[in-house]
Design a protein around this ligand. Structure first.
Ligand SMILES: Nc1ncnc2c1ncn2[C@@H]1O[C@H](COP(=O)(O)OP(=O)(O)O)[C@@H](O)[C@H]1O
Ligand SMILES: [Mg+2]
Length: 366
């Protein structure tokens, strides 16, 4: 087992900076997810850990050792790719054995490791089949198995579920989480899907345009996003944002009316002439709410019935927001709504920089 540490790491391809000044410590045995939109530098970061990309600047450590110049095969890592890249002419058993034979692992040891991995991944009955005789999910399990038999210090996975259909993705997601619990090995898992990140990660690193935006537990990122990018990326449907001129106390625009929560009283003074407020669709309520609230008046344009909840597209003055409310309200298109938002659920951002306004500690509960 091992830690993985990025120390001021850069990766440049000519003029393109794919990863910029990355500082990140992945703990021993941790399940770390790298998440962000396509092109933000996730794969590049993972490939630098694997040794498949040269590091332009900075240091990468596995355990205590700087590995910038260590060959991939000497790094004690195993990587699972999006395309499983199984050898089509070999059986599952031979696919699992191949890397170990190359490394001259003893025959009896190979067999033992294959049987263990097959047990964990329920591949026992498939060992003599060829990849073309397997379903997509089974092939993905073989790809995972090939990584497991290596018994690496670190597992690297790059969007390993993206070729699976929705149902199988959810199943395999749980399988990988169980696998991690069972093996306790450090895992670095790349995905563009924030739901995957939230459900699988012990901690999540959110990246955008080559820059690490925030590292934290799923709950940290959801409750305390450091900036508007993270706030909008984590959570589905996405957080609503409204820009509001800063007046003399209240936040007012169109149908939106809010007292500045006491915790932001200091930081709003330095925020500029406009602030961006943020609130999540699921925190809006139609019924009674205990404690301080803001109100948002608007007209329901579209109602999407989801069973126990309904998703409302609401026009508030010039803006469009999304709300999720209990479906017992039976909102109809055209209804005028009085939505309430608990004060503690309001986020505020500097409109120019996107940085979250820092709540003052003294008034943290207000
Ligand atoms: N071999 C390469 N040559 C030039 N640019 C590259 C190369 N690989 C990746 N990039 C660029 O680096 C950036 C990050 O890519 P990547 O790490 O693959 O993103 P992600 O995995 O987050 O989608 C992108 O702008 C991409 O176009
Ligand atoms: Mg990628």
């Amino acid at each position: 087992m091992a830690t993985v540490t990025f120390d001021h790491v850069y990766k440049k391809y000519g003029e393109v900076t794919a990863v910029s000044d990355l500082n990140l410590e992945i703990k021993d045995g941790e399940f770390m997810v790298l998440v962000g939109p396509s092109g933000c530098g996730k794969t590049t970061s993972l490939r630098m850990i694997a040794g498949l990309e040269e590091i332009t600047q900075g240091d990468l450590k596995i355990g205590e050792k700087i590995v910038n110049d260590v060959a991939p095969k000497d790094r004690d890592i195993a990587m699972v790719f999006q395309s499983y890249a199984l050898y089509p002419h070999m059986t599952v058993r031979d696919n699992l054995a191949f890397g170990l034979k190359l490394r001259k692992v003893a025959k009896a040891d190979i067999e033992k490791r294959i049987n263990e991995a097959a047990g964990i991944l329920q591949l026992e009955k498939l060992l003599d089949r060829k990849p073309k005789e397997l379903s997509g999910g089974q092939r993905q399990r073989v790809a995972l198995g090939r990584a497991i038999v290596r018994e690496p210090a670190v597992f690297l996975m790059d969007e390993p579920l993206s070729n699976l259909d929705a149902k199988l993705r959810v199943q395999t997601r749980a399988e990988i989480a169980r696998l991690h619990q069972r093996l306790g090995t450090t895992m670095v898992y790349v995905t563009h899907d924030q739901v995957e990140a939230m459900t699988m990660g012990e901690r999540i690193s959110v990246m955008s345009m080559g820059l690490l935006q925030q590292v934290g537990t799923p709950q940290d990122l959801y409750d305390h996003p450091k900036n508007k990018f993270v706030a909008g990326f984590i959570g589905s449907p996405a957080m609503n944002f409204i820009d509001i001129p800063v007046g003399t106390g209240d936040l007012n625009i169109g149908g939106f009316s809010f007292q500045v929560p006491a915790r932001f009283a200091d930081s709003i003074k330095t925020a500029g002439r406009t602030v961006t407020v943020g609130f999540r669709p699921e925190h809006l309520e139609l019924g009674d709410v205990v404690g301080p609230v803001g109100t948002i008046q608007g007209k329901a344009d579209v109602v999407e019935y989801l069973g126990n909840e309904e998703l409302l597209h609401v026009s508030v003055g010039e803006q469009e927001i999304v709300a999720i409310v209990d479906s017992s309200h039976r909102v109809r298109p055209g209804d005028v709504l009085d939505l309430k938002l608990p004060s503690e659920k309001l986020h505020m951002f500097n409109t120019d920089t996107g940085d979250a306004l820092v709540p003052s500690a003294a008034a943290a509960v207000a």
